[in-house]
Design a protein around this ligand. Structure first.
Ligand SMILES: [Zn+2]
Length: 150
């Protein structure tokens, strides 16, 4: 079930508002959106995300994080992670754009979970408002939201 109140609370508490994303970040996200981010085979989707990963790294002046995919069995993406020592993002379970952005926020140096959530959810909301409205909050201390299973 979609709990709009909780989604609204996330955005009201968002300390990193829309203006905190630089133009190149927005441009990279719009290009990713234009590539029909969710369409294609697993391999095609991974390639699109790798392109986004490179462009977001450039846009935010960080070294390109390694991007790996493991155990994409269609389950929850909550076991995805960022490893600071490898500067590597590993997406697990399924390819989730919100989860990817969350781990990318860690790669940018936002190690605080709240800040990483706000950065990723705020950016996702700005670029994919319709998909954002279909997200539902969860409370497993990792992510506030996931896509609703229909
Ligand atoms: Zn995190």
């Amino acid at each position: 079930m979609v709990n709009l109140n909780q989604i609204g609370m996330v955005s009201r508490q968002n300390t990193l508002n829309e203006t905190s994303y630089n133009d190149k970040t927005i441009a990279a996200m719009k290009k990713f959106r234009g590539s029909h981010a969710w369409k294609g085979t697993q391999t095609q989707r991974q390639t699109k995300l790798k392109t986004l990963n490179k462009e977001l790294a450039k846009a935010n002046n960080i070294k390109i994080p390694k991007l790996k995919f493991q155990m994409l069995d269609g389950t929850d993406s909550g076991h995805s992670s960022y490893n600071q020592y490898e500067h590597g993002i590993t997406l697990r379970g399924r390819i989730s754009v919100v989860t990817y952005l969350h781990e990318f926020a860690h790669a940018m140096g936002h190690y605080n979970e709240e800040i990483a959530r706000h950065w990723s959810i705020g950016l996702f909301k700005q670029i994919f408002p319709i998909s954002f409205s279909k997200l539902v909050p969860i409370n497993d201390n990792r992510m506030y939201i996931r896509r609703e299973h229909r």
